[in-house]
Design a protein around this ligand. Structure first.
Ligand code: ADP
Ligand code: ADP
Length: 227
């Protein structure tokens, strides 16, 4: 069942083709990693899926609906970027509850959903009332994941989500992300330049270079020896 369809998408900035006629069907519940060197067009592609930018040509469909036809507040997408962009002076709970309040959910539901999200990312309950400023980098990244998934979005977009962490923490968070994917069965589109990160988490990998799709295959097929 295809939940996201990237259909012949091109994005030009003046003379530059940042994304060049890319088509990728994304299955419900899969973890897709877009892998490529810096400047390949990964972030641009992710921004097109999120609706932050409009394609020059082609279209992206989420649940059959063209992204460009849908008002931003109706898009059902969770986002985690390299810099997690939490509200530093607000508490953990206020940060996680923010998207729920935007959706005008009622207060008892919010408390339950925040508690559930904290449990999913393995943060202790009593962290809820700490200012996020008091947390370590890794803990803050867990809060960012909790905030992105608390309202059970159709799609989770991750742009180099672990690259601000040190090596040890990055390895720990790789397996945490894989676990969260398994437990939530969320559809995830993840962008990285890091091959190890792609291999350790993705169901499928799309390799892009100079804006174009070079390879698209299941992770075990891509880097296994053909002989
Ligand atoms: P990646 O995420 O793979 O590093 P990007 O999608 O950020 O690649 O960028 C792809 C290409 O498009 C780069 O050459 C970049 O400089 C260019 N680019 C990205 N955004 C813009 C923009 N808003 N205006 C002009 N050029 C851009
Ligand atoms: P990443 O680190 O994910 O590759 P970048 O640092 O390349 O992302 O880009 C960060 C932001 O700057 C993006 O929103 C991108 O659209 C914009 N950007 C990238 N290259 C250019 C450019 N040449 N001109 C204008 N904006 C750009």
């Amino acid at each position: 069942n295809t939940v996201v369809h990237i259909d012949g998408v091109t994005k030009e900035y003046g003379q530059l083709r940042a994304v060049d006629d890319v088509s990728i069907p994304i299955e419900d519940g899969e973890f897709l990693t877009i892998l490529g060197p810096s400047g390949a067009g990964k972030t641009t592609l992710l921004h097109l899926i999120a609706g932050f930018e409009e394609p020059t040509d082609g279209e992206i469909y989420i649940d059959g609906q063209a992204v460009s036809d849908e008002p931003p507040y109706e898009r059902d997408i969770g986002l985690v970027f390299q810099s997690h962009a939490l509200f530093p002076h607000m508490t953990v709970k206020q940060n996680i509850a923010f998207p729920l309040k935007m959706r005008r959910e009622n207060v008892t539901d919010i408390d339950d959903q925040v508690a559930e999200a904290l449990e999913l990312v393995r943060l202790p309950k009593d962290y809820a009332d700490k200012p996020v400023d008091d947390l370590s980098g890794g803990q803050q990244q867990r809060v960012a994941f909790a905030r992105a998934i608390v309202y059970e979005p159709t799609l989770l977009l991750l742009d180099e989500p672990l690259s601000s962490l040190d090596k040890k923490l990055r390895e720990e968070m790789r397996s945490e992300l894989a676990r969260i994917h398994e437990e939530t069965e969320l559809t995830i589109v993840h962008v990285t330049h890091n091959q190890t990160e792609a291999l350790s988490m993705a169901d499928r990998i799309a390799v892009i270079r100079d804006g174009g799709l070079e390879q698209l295959d299941e992770t075990q097929n891509l880097y296994s020896d053909p002989k």
